[in-house]
Design a protein around this ligand. Structure first.
Ligand SMILES: NC(=O)c1ccc[n+]([C@@H]2O[C@H](COP(=O)([O-])OP(=O)(O)OC[C@H]3O[C@@H](n4cnc5c(N)ncnc54)[C@H](OP(=O)(O)O)[C@@H]3O)[C@@H](O)[C@H]2O)c1
Length: 266
C-alpha cells in the first residue's frame, strides 16, 4: 500500500472558497500538491485566490493549479460544473470534495429572521445533500475499476459544534448542522464500503465573515470572544482537513471536533 502523505496528483473541489474556512482549505490543499477547483458566488474573490495559488504553488500537470467555478453551490448546474471541471481542466476527476459553503443565522426558531430560513436551508442542507449525492455517484464509478487501497477518495463536510449540541444563540442555524451531521454519517455508512471516506468537521467559534453574515450583534460577539478567546482562525480548521485527506486509503478519521481551548459549550 502506498503512503499518501502528500496530495500530489489529487484534485479537490472546495465550495465557499472566497473567504474564511474555505479559502484556508483551498490554500492548504494546494500547498500539499492538489489541483483545486474553487467555488463561491463572488467571482472576483475566487479569481484573486486562484491567482495567488497559481503564483505560490506553480502548475498542476502542466495546467494552472487552481480554477474557478462561480455560482451558488446548491444549484445542480453549478455542482455538475464543479465535478466536471477536474476532467475538463486537469484530465483527472476530483477525488477530494469539500462541502464547505454555508451561512449562519442569529437567533432561535422563535427569534431568528424567518425571511432567511429558506435560503439558509437551501445552502446548508440541500446544497450539501446534492453534493453528497452527485459526488458520491461519481466517486463510486471511479472506485469501481481500480484498487481503492491505492486511491483515497474523500467527501468532507463542514458541520459545527452547534450541530451536536443545542446552541444558546443560533439554534435555527444549528438545526441545519444537525441535519448535515446525520447526512455525513449516513453517507459514510453507505459509501465507506466502496472505499470512499465521508468525513465531518465540527468547528466551534472561528473568526471569519461568518459572524457578520449571520447577523450577530458585534457587542455580544465581542463578549463571547473575551470569554472563550483566543478563538479559532480558518487555518486551524484547514489543518484538520489536510490531515484527514492525507491519510492512507484504508484509514478514515471520520469526525473531528475543533474548539478554542477555553470554549466550554456548545
Ligand atoms: N465561523 C464559524 O464559527 C463556523 C463554525 C462552525 C462551522 N462553520 C461552517 O464553516 C463553513 C464556512 O464558514 P466560514 O466561517 O468560512 O464563513 P464565511 O467566512 O462567511 O465564508 C462562507 C463562504 O461560503 C460561501 N457561500 C455562502 N453561501 C454560498 C452559496 N450558496 N454558494 C456558494 N458559496 C457560498 C461564501 O462566499 P460567497 O458569498 O462569495 O458565495 C464564503 O466563501 C460554513 O458551512 C459554516 O457553517 C463556521
Amino acid at each position: 500500500m502506498s503512503n499518501h502523505s502528500s496530495l500530489s496528483g489529487r484534485v479537490a473541489v472546495v465550495t465557499g472558497a472566497s473567504a474564511g474556512i474555505g479559502k484556508a482549505i483551498a490554500l492548504d490543499l494546494a500547498s500539499k500538491g492538489a489541483g483545486i477547483i474553487l467555488n463561491a458566488r463572488r467571482t472576483d474573490r475566487i479569481e484573486e485566490l486562484a491567482r495567488q495559488i497559481n503564483d505560490q504553488y506553480g502548475p498542476f500537470k502542466g495546467n494552472p493549479r487552481a480554477i474557478c467555478v462561480t455560482g451558488d453551490a446548491s444549484e445542480d448546474s453549478v455542482i455538475d460544473q464543479m465535478l466536471q471541471a477536474g476532467n475538463d481542466h486537469f484530465g483527472s476527476p476530483a477525488d477530494i470534495v469539500v462541502a464547505n459553503a454555508g451561512r449562519g443565522l442569529d437567533g432561535s426558531v422563535m427569534t431568528s429572521d424567518t425571511d432567511q430560513w429558506e435560503s439558509m436551508l437551501k445552502t446548508n442542507i440541500l446544497g450539501v445533500a446534492k453534493m453528497i449525492r452527485k459526488a458520491g455517484t461519481e466517486l463510486l464509478e471511479l472506485q469501481k475499476n481500480r484498487d481503492w487501497t491505492n486511491h483515497p477518495t474523500d467527501i468532507v463536510i463542514l458541520g459545527s459544534t452547534v450541530g451536536r449540541h443545542i446552541s444558546p444563540f443560533s439554534s435555527m442555524y444549528g438545526s441545519t448542522k444537525f441535519a448535515v451531521n446525520s447526512l455525513a454519517e449516513a453517507a459514510r455508512r453507505e459509501l465507506g464500503p466502496s472505499g470512499i471516506r465521508v468525513s465531518l468537521i465540527e468547528p466551534a467559534i472561528v473568526k471569519s465573515e461568518f459572524q457578520e453574515v449571520a447577523g450577530y450583534d458585534p457587542d455580544g460577539f465581542g463578549k463571547i470572544m473575551d470569554k472563550f478567546g483566543p478563538v479559532l482562525v480558518p487555518e486551524d480548521i484547514a489543518r484538520s482537513i489536510g490531515f484527514i485527506v492525507s491519510q492512507p486509503a484504508n484509514v478514515h478519521i471520520c469526525d473531528i471536533v475543533v474548539r478554542p481551548t477555553r470554549q466550554d459549550y456548545p
